[in-house]
Design a protein around this ligand. Structure first.
Ligand code: NDP
Ligand code: 2IT
Length: 455
């Protein structure tokens, strides 16, 4: 395919590509979804560049370098032996060591982690830092487990994982269900097994090599991405009503930054439902949420009781009218119908803190409406960017000041915005940030792969 393809040829190529992918990866629907989103949006860019086709670059990117799957045995507090499955997916290390989080959640499957590792490859490329893409995790459910049980699980998980990771090989971090506590337990076990104190995990405690603002970085970055998109339209957060989903790490620091920039957040959620607080979630209420979720490990419904807000059992917040939406919980939490409801109610911007939170027909609805839409691999890249800075600090055995890191995070998000803008600008002045993110992320990884020959 050496000339610009006609729309029919493009469609045929996409169909053939997806058929092959589905045949090779049966039943892995989340992985199919993530690959489809990328391939269909970068096709206009690669159509007239035969080097990418001849060297099968997309086919190689969509085949992980390595999948490690292993048994994780541990004993619960009653002495019962429990068995979970652990994984590490090393998707692509063309531009740096594998890098990406670890997720502990009962919904974790190979398909979920393959989609996340694939996405991470593009996201990490966008940060401009030398990091490849990987992801890991387990179907272990930390909810309701004692600290001692979580400790035993993390130690058992690391006892196999440590063979496959290293500061120049693969550097995991946190994700859903993996926060400061779990990273501490896993780092402690890595150190014990290897007798090495190295930057093999990021998101570490500040006492043992962690970086300032890593905890805040994903949420802050998601909001900076929206701030940058609004600035192009000579607009800002002042007076905007915002709907945020989730109530974990990404959601809470998104709320903090929205508040600082003059917006008002009216929703938060967890897997049992959402709260609607018409008065806004201010700093004091947010401190309550952080304590509720990270110390007491309770349910978001308790917020409604505490502050007299509404709780909507089993529902998602997208039915609440808002100017801006920040899905910050999990994949596929915004259906096509939810996206249409957001648009009908006047939503003008979506910045995705979670990974792949919007289903494909929801994305299509945003793009058709021409709203400001920052896809997850651009919007939530601030977290892994500060992880990259944590790696740099660990290698140099130094710690940067909060002021320096805050500036680096802001500059990184501006850089990501500008790359998406450059590759996503369309005739008529619209910016397709999805196409921009996928294309800009692709180019760097693809060109590095070309340089290596056939590997
Ligand atoms: P946390 O574990 O801190 O919080 C997760 C939140 O999402 C909780 O409120 C949880 O509710 C909710 N949630 C999880 N699974 C589901 C589900 N199946 N249905 C409904 N709600 C659910 O995770 P993070 O905040 O770290 O991660 C949130 C999202 O952001 C994920 O998509 C993650 O991949 C992404 N992300 C995280 C980064 C980070 O640095 N931590 C970086 C980039 C992206 P409940 O308490 O009921 O489980
Ligand atoms: O999805 C993500 O980017 C993360 N969970 C953070 C990865 C990291 O290595 O900091």
């Amino acid at each position: 395919m050496s000339k610009v393809a006609t729309p029919e040829q493009a469609k045929e190529y996409l169909n053939r590509f997806m058929e092959g992918l589905k045949r090779r990866n049966p039943g892995e629907t989340e992985f199919h979804q993530a690959v489809y989103e990328v391939v269909q949006s970068i096709f206009p860019y690669i159509a007239d560049k035969p080097r990418y086709h001849e060297k099968q670059i997309l086919e190689r990117m969509a085949e992980p370098d390595r999948i490690v799957s292993f048994r994780v045995c541990w004993e619960d507090d009653d002495g019962n032996v429990r068995v979970n499955r652990g994984y590490r997916i090393q998707n692509n290390n063309a531009i740096g060591p594998y890098k990406g989080g670890i997720r502990f959640h009962p919904s974790v499957t190979q398909s979920v982690l393959k989609f996340l590792a694939f996405e991470q490859t593009f996201k990490n490329s966008l940060t401009g830092l030398p990091m490849g893409g990987g992801k890991g995790g387990s179907d272990f459910n930390p909810k309701g487990k004692s600290d001692a049980e979580v400790n035993r699980f993390c130690q058992s998980f690391m006892t196999t994982l440590f063979h496959h990771i290293g500061p120049d090989m693969d550097v995991p971090a946190g994700d859903i269900g993996v926060g400061a506590r779990e990273i501490g337990y896993m780092f402690g076990q890595y150190k014990r097994l290897t007798n090495q104190f190295v930057g093999v995990l990021t998101g570490k405690g500040l006492e043992f090599g962690g970086s300032l603002i890593r905890t805040e970085a994903t949420g802050y970055g998601t909001v900076y991405m929206m701030e940058n998109m609004l600035a192009v339209k000579k607009d800002g957060f002042e007076g905007k009503n915002c709907a945020v989903s989730g109530s974990g790490n990404v959601a809470t620091y998104s709320v903090e930054k929205i508040n600082q920039l003059g917006g008002k957040v009216v929703t938060l959620s967890d897997s049992s439902g959402y709260i609607h607080d018409k008065d806004g979630i201010d700093a004091d209420k947010l401190a309550y949420v952080v304590d509720l979720k990270t110390v007491r490990r309770g349910r978001i419904s308790e917020y409604a009781k505490e502050f007299g807000a509404e709780f909507h059992d089993g529902k998602r917040p997208w039915e609440v009218p808002c100017d801006l939406a920040f899905p910050c919980a999990t994949q596929n939490e915004v259906s096509g119908a939810d996206a249409k409801t957001l648009l009908k109610n006047g939503c003008i911007g979506v910045s995705e803190g979670a990974n792949m939170p919007t289903e494909q027909d929801g994305i299509d609805a945003y793009l058709d409406a021409g709203i400001l839409y920052a896809p997850s691999k651009a919007a939530n890249a601030g977290g892994v960017a500060v992880s990259g800075l944590e790696m740099s600090q660990n290698s140099a055995r130094i710690s940067w000041s909060e002021e320096e890191l805050q500036k680096l995070l802001r500059d990184t998000m501006k850089g990501i915005h500008d790359q998406c803008f450059e590759y996503g600008e369309e005739p008529g002045g619209r910016v397709n940030y999805l196409k921009g993110a996928n294309t800009a992320g692709f180019v760097k990884v693809a060109d590095a792969m070309l340089a290596y020959g056939v590997v």
